[in-house]
Design a protein around this ligand. Sequence first.
Ligand SMILES: Nc1ncnc2c1ncn2[C@@H]1O[C@H](COP(=O)(O)OP(=O)(O)O)[C@@H](O)[C@H]1O
Ligand SMILES: [Mg+2]
Length: 286
Amino acid sequence: MRFYIGIFANMLYNGYNIELIQKRGVQMAKIIAIANQKGGVGKTTTAVNLSACIAEMGNKVLLIDIDPQGNSTSGIGLEGAKEGRGIYDVLINGLTIEEVLVKAKTVENLDVVPSSIALAGAEIELVSFMAREHVLKGALSQIEALYDYVFIDCPPSLGLLTVNALTAANNILVPIQCEYFALEGLSQLINTVKIIKQRLNPSLEVEGVVMTMFDARTNLSLQVVDEVKKFFKERVYTTVIPRNVRLGEAPSFGLPITKYDPKCIGAEAYRDLAIEFVGDFGGSYE
Ligand SMILES: Nc1ncnc2c1ncn2[C@@H]1O[C@H](COP(=O)(O)OP(=O)(O)O)[C@@H](O)[C@H]1O
Ligand SMILES: [Mg+2]
């Protein structure tokens, strides 16, 4: 009880939207890092489209783009960081998330913390910081009562940016591409998760694995799904994301798939994944 009063007092002190807090109570957001140190496996596509679908279901969602390449930022239709500000300024210059977030133009209930090219330097700049692995977690603790879900789109590496995401997160969502060597490198990710659990974030879990770019015309895709299921068992989502040209086109229009082509199979798949994902959390909070 004292814990909740403390959080509430803290939020009042920080000038948060009291009405919103009263409505929502002090339920904390589920924070999910979308991670896999392989590039091109569908992290960003999943971050943008899952965030959009879950927001469209009526949940308050925050999407944080912690990849210097900024593909989530442009994929959701933002030019770049607001006034040049973004997650870099939160990590390095001590700005709050509220100061840098931007509302997604085309999706209600979705806020975005943009990336910027400056973020490429953050990996090195963070090294000399005190509690350098906890910087993002600290920033998120001020706003997590305002959202139902926070998604963090990680870069394709296991450096300090990803470590910050995994330290801040409750869960990890791992996209795996249906291709040869799909499992290659995953032991490294699992090992990193183990170390972070031991040292930085004891409650971190792999929430789920989503198979991406599934091609129904090939046996290979089916074989890869089988292989991954042997390894991750029931943590693999029933929903599989098909290879779909529209999913590849949508980012160049700055639109999530549900706005670009709401009826295509890619949009259907991400809507199904959103339902399965939210269902895993029982649609409620602890
Ligand atoms: N299901 C899909 N069908 C077709 N193209 C896809 C699909 N998922 C991702 N892509 C495309 O594949 C490329 C890599 O995906 P991306 O989400 O950027 O991966 P990551 O963030 O892991 O590097 C992008 O050009 C993206 O548009
Ligand atoms: Mg990406």
